[in-house]
Design a protein around this ligand. Structure first.
Ligand SMILES: *Cc1c(COP(=O)(O)O)cnc(C)c1O
Length: 473
């Protein structure tokens, strides 16, 4: 007991700790108040440890070092860049689309300087923020008018609320989708104040099903692109074109929620065709909604394009203000859309398309180049092998479409306990200065290299793995 009492008496004071070099650095970096607070906390913890019979306490120097380490650790941003080696190009949990350089520059300008956001520079009068992108969106989609809101979920919500509040929204049973993150069509309808009228069956819906459901209370017909699933077999759906003719006959607006909605034909890049927004407009939809950060490759946003009278109605909905997009994203959206003005070069300049279109041979060559360095980093416990694999688009676009890719399969050399070893290795990779996120598949940790463009940065980062694979999880 006296030993502990002695140890407690010998502990330094806060003032003594703050005189040590590491504490002076901490004060310089984070301010006096934070350093004092951290020193008190470290001393409290040391005192508690001594009382619990764990050690005899430590000196001022060691406590000051702990103070600095803690403050440095706490100061690390929670927004961490990662290497996305999952093989999912538009990974919702990893932030979906990576922006084009011109979009980044535009966003920086909008952050750093005042911009003509809602200001008409010609007349000097108040302008409208949608004017920044309306022309571009109309040109790229063939629509008459366009607006933008927070995301596509918001786009669907405000369309339903504007056209079908207190009225009926007619949807096929095969299209009552759930997207991740609690976006379920029936729930959105309820929140929008629209009454859901389901027509057809899960696998088959016919024109007459829609026709019979249309009444004086119908606010709109909604067609939803089944982004993240496919119904196959004995199926029937009414094409957007036929639905549009029915809608026109009965004087009811047809809304087509495309989800990802690309602005270019992906078949150009050897991918399966995904309906383009221009096609949806040409098929006769009155409104089309789609995301900004899926295949379009821009920041999070939701676009609504189509008939001018309907867009004007949406713009008058008080919800519009609550769902509007800020200047930073608007700037990035404008720059992203401009890239589509040159379809021949958009795949070079827009990371989403560039990564999706990246040829497998190029990724294979990268896998061959990186294999020795990765093998060295995870030796001797693991073996590394360049392999062919399959990437996917992600975010619900073409869910069944696997894109031939290449990567590195990392496997434990010992058969026993292999699974837990892989989990430990995956955790060590996530602890790197730039965390590396792969996927576990076929008893291997697979690093799909489709989205790896910064080869030098990746190798430099890997150097920190030294012993990381052996560290406890
Ligand atoms: C992704 C998706 C949404 C939601 O879009 P967000 O931009 O993520 O809000 C809505 N409808 C469909 C069909 C989708 O694929």
């Amino acid at each position: 007991m006296t030993g502990a009492a002695d140890a407690l008496r010998r502990l330094p004071s806060v003032d003594e700790v703050l005189k040590k070099d590491a504490a002076l650095v901490a004060m310089e970096r984070f301010g006096r108040a934070a350093a004092v607070e951290a020193a008190r906390q470290a001393l409290d913890e040391t005192r508690a440890a001594v009382r619990a019979g764990k050690g005899n306490g430590v000196g001022a120097e060691a406590i000051a070092a702990a103070v600095l380490a803690r403050l440095d650790r706490d100061a690390q941003s929670k927004v961490r860049a990662v290497f996305n080696l999952t093989g999912t190009v538009l990974h919702t949990n990893l932030g979906r689309a990576v922006l084009a350089e011109t979009a980044i520059e535009a966003a920086v300008t909008a952050m750093r300087q005042a911009i003509a956001l809602e200001f008409d520079l010609e007349t000097g009068r108040r302008g409208e923020r949608d004017a920044l992108i309306r022309g571009l969106l109309c040109r790229l989609t063939g629509a008459e008018d366009a607006t933008v809101v927070n995301n596509n979920a918001a786009a669907v919500l405000i369309v339903l609320n504007t056209l079908a509040k207190g009225r009926e929204a007619v949807v096929s049973r095969g299209e009552l989708i759930e997207i991740g993150g609690a976006f379920r069509m029936p729930d959105i309808m309820a929140r929008a104040g629209a009454k859901l009228v389901e027509v057809g069956t899960t696998n088959r819906t016919h024109r007459k099903d829609y026709a019979e459901a249309l009444t004086g209370k119908t606010g709109l017909i909604l067609k939803v692109h089944p982004s993240n699933y496919r119904i196959a077999g004995f199926v029937a759906e009414v094409s957007a074109h036929d639905l549009a003719s029915l809608a026109r006959e009965r004087g009811v607006p047809l809304v087509n929620d495309l989800g990802s909605g690309t602005l270019v034909d992906l078949a150009r890049y050897g991918l399966a065709h995904e309906p383009t927004v221009a096609e949806a407009i040409a098929e006769g939809a009155d409104l089309v909604t789609f995301s900004g950060d899926k295949l379009l490759g821009g920041p999070q946003a939701g676009f609504i394009v189509g008939r001018k009278d309907l867009i004007q109605k949406i713009n008058r909905n008080p919800m519009k203000r609550a769902l509007r997009v800020d200047k930073i994203r608007l700037a990035a959206i404008e720059a992203t859309l401009r890239l589509y003005g040159d379809p021949d070069r958009v795949a070079e300049r827009l990371p989403t398309l560039r990564l999706l279109a990246r040829p497998q041979v190029q990724i294979e060559a990268l896998a061959q180049r990186l294999a020795p360095a990765i093998a060295a980093a995870v030796a001797p416990e693991f073996a590394v092998e360049p392999v062919e694999c399959k990437s996917q688009i992600g975010s619900g676009a073409l869910p069944l479409e696997a894109i031939p890719s290449a990567g590195l399969a990392i496997r434990p050399r010992a058969a026993r306990g292999g699974g837990s070893r892989l989990t430990v290795l995956a955790a060590a990779l996530r602890r790197l200065p730039i965390p590396v996120v792969g996927r576990i598949e076929d008893d291997a940790l697979l690093l799909d290299l489709r989205c790896l463009e910064d080869e030098a940065g990746f190798l430099a980062n890997l150097a920190s793995l030294e012993g990381g694979a052996d560290a406890p999880a």
